[in-house]
Design a protein around this ligand. Structure first.
Ligand SMILES: Cc1cc2nc3c(=O)[nH]c(=O)nc-3n(C[C@H](O)[C@H](O)[C@H](O)COP(=O)(O)O)c2cc1C
Ligand code: SF4
Length: 594
């Protein structure tokens, strides 16, 4: 009964709006630690939605639990940088301390321990999430402390605050991170210029999107401004799920005003009245400070009606929390998720600039893009275009992790060489750098004179370093499993292809691989590249193809033979028969010609 009343209160707070379903489910989960069938039924009735739709959404997101999941849900971040920092040993330590099996809720319903994809804390790995709250810099002592807190059933609110402290680790700053913004200054500059002239400034700056694809921001805003329709939306993509990327986390923590300022300038240019910031669930710790920043801006007349005294310019921003699905970073999946649905990418075209949120024109930009746009509005397109390179203007923030003395956030003008970055962060004997995460590019030591720029090495920000002691095969295997885990399952080539790739990698790992398996990788790659519905499937083979070209020995030393080898150990399976018959001669072994 208490739970039922709780559900009604939550639904009422969202005005019974079905597009808030994902937010409602997350809050409903707080009541019992999971979403029992009765909760889903009740929510469907309260929201006037088919129950199958509510269940479908609840089942899609990895932070929503439709099976009993324990009062404490502990998920260890499992990016390769967490692995390098010993996350699996720490997971085992916690499991054995609590007498648990990984992935299974304890019989008393107290705790579940498992892994999750990269949590965006690679500069302070290894990390875990407990009930969605991040704890970085794990050590055996921290694990023992966490085990004791769980055993003593201390509510999360009573855990020492120091456990949850997340460092910003800014090591090199430039114009974005150095800016001390007078809130409203960029909006006032845009209003003074007018919407059309601000748009021209944006085009003049040659600013390109920082979320990965590098689309020209001015052109995107122009297409949205010119799209037919009465309502327009601004969406900020703060899903930041690419393993190895954490720069948006730091921008949101240090430069929230700059992000909101950029969104408001965009609203002014395109004529939007509503903005949505999609914050990845792993960054839940940023929700309250961001909401405080929004409240401050409302109080200062920088959001709401007649912003900065400009009659008729009304705009406000709300924050939506994601729930653990990498694919929701893809802009059309993000929009689906904002509408309270499963995060399945849409068919494109039409693009979000004409048919986005609620099928209305929507501008989706990355966090860093909005920060840069605010600076362009404030200081001019010419000024901005003078920084960086011809095709890549301005600065880029890199998230540096892996084998280096000083992991963290580094902001450089575009055009910086990889070698310079490696020197600055104290990397030695570097074997490889993975630029822009698993979907990006892996380069070796012969290429460290290459440049971070759209015309050479484009990146959304991840810069993962692997020194000569690392086994590149292990790195790639982690990435391949990541893609299979995060495939949304909508299209068969990606759903099946990424799983088959995992099987090939596991077979090679187990010493059962052959040339046939390497050929199979190329076949699957062609399939994924030609038939996938979205960027996840299209790029899932990138790390394999890059490393097969540059680090082939890492694969070949695992090959059993050049001909086909079954993944199943036939000879091993005959051992019992040999024991029964008392035979162990050559002819009784398959490998010896038996
Ligand atoms: C699987 C996938 C995940 C993505 N994740 C993100 C993300 O976390 N953040 C982001 O800004 N863009 C991400 N993108 C790119 C977005 O689809 C989109 O291009 C971007 O948000 C546009 O903003 P921009 O023009 O400012 O770069 C992703 C794309 C794909 C295919
Ligand atoms: S390519 Fe993969 S992630 Fe993208 S829609 Fe298809 S199944 Fe989903």
């Amino acid at each position: 009964m208490e739970a039922q009343t709780g559900l009604e209160t939550i639904v009422d707070r969202y005005g019974g709006d079905p597009t808030a379903l994902l937010q409602i489910l997350q809050e409903a989960q707080e009541i019992e630690g999971w979403l029992p069938p009765s909760t889903l039924t009740r929510l469907a009735a309260l929201l006037g939605l088919p129950r199958a739709r509510v269940e479908g959404v609840a089942g899609f997101y990895s932070f929503l639990h439709v099976e009993r999941a324990g009062r404490y849900r502990v998920l260890f971040s499992d990016n390769i940088t967490d692995r390098m920092a010993g996350n699996l040993d720490l997971l085992e330590r916690l499991c054995s301390s609590l007498w648990l099996e990984r992935g299974k809720t304890s019989e008393d319903g107290l705790v579940l321990v498992d892994t999750t994809s990269c949590t965006g804390m690679c500069d302070q790995a290894p990390a875990l999430l407990v009930n969605g709250r991040a704890i970085p810099r794990l050590t055996p002592a921290r694990i023992d402390e966490i085990a004791e807190l769980i055993r003593s059933r201390v509510p999360l609110g009573g855990w020492p605050a120091g456990l949850f402290l997340i460092e910003d680790n800014i090591r090199r700053s430039d114009m974005l991170l150095d800016t001390v913004l007078e809130p409203g200054a960029a909006i006032r500059a845009a209003i003074k210029c007018g919407a059309q002239a601000t748009l021209e400034t944006m085009k003049l700056s040659k600013l390109r999107g920082r979320g990965g694809a590098g689309f020209a921001t001015g052109l995107k805003w122009e297409a949205c401004r010119n799209a037919p329709g009465d309502a327009r939306y601004v969406a900020c993509n703060a899903d930041e799920g690419e393993p190895g990327t954490f720069k948006d986390r730091v921008l949101l923590s240090r430069q929230a005003d700059l992000v909101f300022e950029g969104m408001t300038v965009c609203a002014f240019v395109i004529g939007a009245a509503r903005g949505l910031l999609y914050l990845r669930g792993e960054y839940r710790h940023l929700l309250a400070p961001l909401q405080d920043a929004l409240a401050r801006r409302r109080a200062a007349g920088l959001l709401g009606a007649d912003i900065c005294g400009q009659a008729g310019f009304g705009f406000d921003i709300e924050i939506h929390l994601g729930a653990g699905a990498y694919v929701c970073g893809e802009e059309s999946a993000l929009i689906e998720s904002l509408e309270g649905k499963r995060g399945i990418p849409r068919n494109r075209p039409p693009y979000p600039v004409t048919h986005g949120y609620l099928q209305r024109p929507t501008t989706v930009n990355n966090v860093e893009t909005f920060c840069a746009a605010a600076l362009v509005a404030l200081r001019g397109g010419d000024w901005y275009a003078g920084i960086g390179t011809g095709q890549s203007t301005g600065t880029k923030i890199l998230s540096i992790s892996g084998d280096c003395a000083h992991p963290g956030i580094y902001e450089y003008p575009f055009g910086v060489t990889v070698g310079r970055v490696l020197e600055d962060c104290g990397a030695e004997r570097t074997q490889a750098v993975q630029i822009s995460g698993p979907s990006g590019t892996c380069i070796d030591a012969t290429e460290f004179d290459r440049h971070i720029a759209f015309e050479d090495l484009p990146t959304a920000g991840a810069f993962m370093i692997f020194d000569e002691t690392r086994d590149i095969f292990e790195v790639v295997s982690n990435f391949v499993h990541f893609f299979a885990h995060e495939s949304c399952g909508f299209c068969t080539p990606c759903r099946v292809g990424t799983t088959l790739l995992c099987n090939v990698m596991d077979k090679l790992q187990n010493g059962k691989g052959s040339q046939h398996d390497l050929n199979q990788i190329f076949r699957l790659s062609r399939l994924l590249k030609s038939a996938s519905h979205c960027g996840l499937g299209l790029t899932a083979c990138n790390p394999l193809l890059d490393t097969l070209r540059r680090f082939r020995p890492a694969y070949e030393r695992r090959l059993e033979s050049l001909v086909f080898e079954p993944a199943f150990d036939l000879d091993g399976a005959l051992q019992r028969a040999r024991a029964i018959t008392g035979r162990d001669d050559d002819a009784a072994h398959l490998r010896n010609g038996g």
